[in-house]
Every structure is written in C-alpha cells, then in structure tokens.
Design a binder for this molecule. Structure first.
Ligand SMILES: N[C@@H](CCC[C@H](N)C(=O)O)C(=O)O
Length: 288
C-alpha cells in the first residue's frame, strides 16, 4: 500500500459488512495483508470483506469479466483472499455508486469475477440483484457431507458463482459456535474451499440459515449463500421452476435480517435485500 492515507466507506447488507475503497482509476494496490488489517475487528476498521470500486476498463479482470459494465467489484474476503462473487457486497457496491452520484437510481450492470450482474437500485430501500444461475453439482460431487463438533449432515453442492455446501439441520444451534470451518467431504468437491450454510425450516417457502464463509468465518449474512439455500430448499421440496414454468420465491432469514430469493423458469436467481452506507473516513496517516 503506497498512499499515506486511505479513503474508505463502511457499509452493510443484512449485517454482512464491508470496507469500501473507491479507486476508479485502479491505482490502489492492496495486498492480502493490507485487506486483512483493514478488516480486522479489533486492530483495524473491521468488516467481513472489502469492496474496491474500480472502473472495469482500469482493472485487468474487469476488462476480461465485465463486458458491458462500467464498474468492477474487486471483492476480497476478510483474510485478504479473492472470491468470485459476493451477493450482499454487490448490493452495497451499487448503493455506494448511487450515493457518490456515479450512477442513477434504476438499473445498472456491475462486473464481478463471476461475470456481469444486473442490479436494480431503488432510491431508498431495497436493492435487487440478478445473481445468475445456480449450478447444482452432478456426478460424484453432487452430495457432500458437512461435519462440525462430532455431528454430520448430508449437504447439497451448489455453485452461485462461488462454492457452497448447504446442510439441512433440525435447529440452527446444532452447528455450534462455528469458530472453526466445518469439515466438508469429499474435499475434492471443493478444490478452492467452500462456504457452508446450515438451514432450518421456518414455514412454507421460509427458512433460516447460518453461514461459515470461506475467508471470513461465521458472518451474519451471505447473499450468494441465501441464493444457494433457496435453490437447494426448492429442490428438496420438489419445486423446479424450469420444469413447472413457475417462479419459486423463498424467504431466507439470516442472523442480520431477511433476504428474498426468486428462482425464475429460465434459471435466473434474483435476490432482494437492504444495502446501507454507515460511515466514511480516512485511515490515520501512516497506519497502513
Ligand atoms: N458474503 C458474501 C460472499 C463472500 C465470498 C465468500 N466468502 C467466498 O469466499 O466465496 C455474499 O454475500 O455472497
């Protein structure tokens, strides 16, 4: 990190929180260690992840992955690792662009490492993202096992641009404290690591979840996770929009709030939830 002070904002979506670093020209070089320091909850600003806001044409992956999108979301987990996609992050990213006057209220495209995502931004209130299709693994990696604290559950392997294992439990407390990553087998199903969701039923088309995120630990929400959960729950319930031609909507409660997820007959998964900017400032001179 070469600049003396770093300008940042802080925001969250259902309490999945992010440090936002505006860098339109792509001039700020943040190492994994810099990101981990910024996201440290005791010695840094504190967040589940970091969103660097870069013009797509000023970022190599933006130029490759974000055709048609003016802005690229360079997302990092709290430990500094890269991830392909962040569903809560992309809503907060869009809220930042709106607040900064860089985009209008309405529809916009955001580039991510998982490809371009369309976002609908209301003036105040909720933000909707077209998250792409869920990929339900086939073959030997279809069904996996999640284990924690000596207990284990069968889980569904779902890709939402990033990897997820979705386990249905009787009670969310069954997952214990989640200080350590759950063990997921076979490990070969997730060569780049995995986000793990624990899901309990709350009512018809209504579930609650907890998540242990790759690179961030247990968080209070995960947007891609909520989408993976909604699709895995629909299939468990025998619902498949591609087969019936009818969209399926699930309400997914997370510790930090509520997300609403709709899977459409063409496979597109749409997620709606809040996105809030809470603070803006600079790191102390020389700290980073
Ligand atoms: N919180 C995110 C997911 C962030 C990335 C994830 N930890 C990964 O490594 O894949 C979300 O809202 O989707």
């Amino acid at each position: 990190m070469s600049t003396e002070q770093l300008h940042f904002l802080k925001g969250h979506g259902t309490e999945n929180d992010f440090v936002i670093v505006p860098d339109p020209a792509g001039l700020i070089d943040l190492s994994a260690a810099d990101v981990a320091r910024l996201c440290d909850r005791r010695a840094g600003v504190g967040a589940d992840g970091l969103l660097r806001v870069v013009r797509s044409d000023a970022h190599p992956e933006g130029r490759r992955m974000a055709a048609g999108a003016e802005w690229f979301m360079d997302y990092r987990n709290a430990d500094g690792s890269l991830a392909e996609m962040c569903g809560n992050g992309v809503r907060v990213f869009a809220r930042y662009l709106q607040r900064a006057g860089l985009v209008e209220t309405g529809d916009l495209a955001v580039g991510t490492r998982a490809g371009m995502r369309r976002v609908h931004l209301a003036k105040d209130g909720d933000v909707t993202v077209a998250m792409g299709r869920a990929v339900l693994a086939e073959g030997p990696d279809t069904d996996v096992t999640v284990a924690v604290g000596g207990r284990s559950w069968p889980a569904r392997n779902v890709g939402m641009g990033n990897p997820h294992a979705v386990a249905f439990v009787a009670d969310l407390a069954d997952a214990g404290r989640l200080y350590e990553p759950p063990e997921v087998t076979p490990a070969s199903a997730y060569p780049a690591g995995v986000n793990v969701e624990f899901v309990a039923d709350r009512g018809p088309r209504h579930v609650a979840m907890r998540v242990h995120e790759r690179g961030s630990g247990e968080t209070r929400s995960c947007g891609t996770g909520a989408c993976a959960v909604a699709v895995a729950t629909a299939r468990r319930d025998g619902a498949d929009p591609a087969a019936t031609g009818r969209p399926e909507t699930y309400t997914v409660d997370v510790p930090g709030g509520r997300l609403v997820v709709t899977e459409h007959p063409d496979g597109e998964v749409e997620m709606t939830g809040p996105a809030v900017i809470v603070a803006e400032g600079d790191t102390a001179p020389g700290w980073l």
